[in-house]
Each structure stands twice: as C-alpha cells, then as structure tokens.
Design a protein around this ligand. Sequence first.
Ligand code: ADP
Ligand code: MG
Length: 236
Amino acid sequence: MDLIELRDIQKTYHLGEVDVPVLMGVSLSVSKGEFMALMGASGSGKSTLMNIVGCLDHPTSGEYWLDGGEISRLNAAEQARLRNRMVGFVFQTFNLLPRTSALENVMMPLNYARDNLTEHQKRERAVALLERVGLADRIDHLPSQLSGGQQQRVAIARSLINHPQVLLADEPTGNLDSRTSEEILQMFQQLNSTDGITIILVTHDPGIAQHAGRTVYIKDGLIAKNPGRLEPRNDT
Ligand code: ADP
Ligand code: MG
C-alpha cells in the first residue's frame, strides 16, 4: 500500500441551503519518497484536496488511507496526533505569527506534540532547522524584519520540526520572485532526495512543477491527467 491513498474522494461544502460540490471523486496514490506536483486552475479544488490529505478537513465521502490507516475511522484526537506526527505544511502566505521571533515560530508546533522534550531540546532542534535553511543569523528576527523568501524559509523550518514524513506545500512560491522561488524549490528537492520526505507541491507554474518527479492535474474537482509515476520525467 502507498503512503497516501485517496479512493473516490468527494467533498461538498454547504453554504446555507446551497451545496457546493468541489471534489467529484478523486482517486490518487502517492508513494513514500515521491515528489509530486499538483496543478490546476484557480478554484479547481487543489487546496481542498491538500487540506484533506493533511487531515485539516474531512471528505464528504470516499476513503483516505495514510500510512496504512483509514483516516475516517480515527477520532478527532487520533487524527490530530497523526497529523502532527506525519505532516508538515507550507503555505503561500507563510502564515507566521507576526509578533513572534523566527525561533519561536519554528518551535510553535512542538507545543502540540507528544514528545517529552525539554525547553532546551526544543530550542536546539529549532536552531538546527533554522541553520539548515540558512537563517542561523536571523533566529531572533520578527517576520516583519525578514524578506518573503526568508519568511518562507522559517515556515519550512517550522514544517519540519516534528520530523514529518510528508510535506504539503500549497503554492509556496506564489508570493516570491523567480530567483527566490528557485532557492525554495532547491530546498524542497533536497528535503526529498536527501531526507526522503514525500512532497506534494501545489503550483500554477509549469516551470516550478518540472522540479517534481510527477505532475498531476486537477480540473473541476477531478484528476484530469495522471501520467503515472513510471513515466520518464520531461524536462524540455
Ligand atoms: P484552488 O486551491 O484550486 O484554487 P480551492 O480548493 O481553494 O481551489 O476551492 C475550490 C472551490 O471550493 C472554490 O470554488 C471555492 O470557492 C470553494 N470553497 C473552498 N473552500 C470553501 C469553503 N470553506 N466553503 C465553501 N466553498 C469553498
Ligand atoms: Mg488554493
């Protein structure tokens, strides 16, 4: 069984009396260690799908198997624990706490983890990650004192603090210039190739998507084109 298996996932939002169907039956598998790009027009359901994969939201129907377990059979606390242990998130808008230092932002998810780390150990782990993303000299800076690319690096360090197996990045370079985007992309590639972290990266940009091993397209809530992970990568 693959690390991530979605089977006929449907998602309908309810706005008052109105049903808004968004995902119409998505089936998708992602292997451990894969780097997959997810592309599709605005409104096609990419973020909705990522929120389900990250256990931030529930499908209306269908099965979601993560690491061999079916998610809907877990209670809310078990889902939260699984999410903390398995999944890191990176967002387009960085989502850092504004009046909080880079270091404290990176440490923040540890407050919800069950590891019994001392404050000193938490700090050491966060400092090591900030060093890893090239921000050793910025640990006491507030987000407003950092560039966009630096803020996204802090967010990447934060996403790694619980040693996730899966990194979900929803348009992580959407607010960055092309050179900074390239640096952030290289960081994801390294996390995938060196650390074996499974990555799903949402993007509008085919140039960004070609860094991935496979690109999946979603259109109107359905997987439109799934080349299959055995197809050779097309870099042209
Ligand atoms: P994408 O990330 O591909 O741009 P989204 O998954 O954010 O698309 O949204 C897909 C559709 O679902 C859009 O039409 C959006 O308006 C709708 N939608 C998203 N979240 C909600 C929500 N919480 N309630 C109602 N509709 C929503
Ligand atoms: Mg989106």
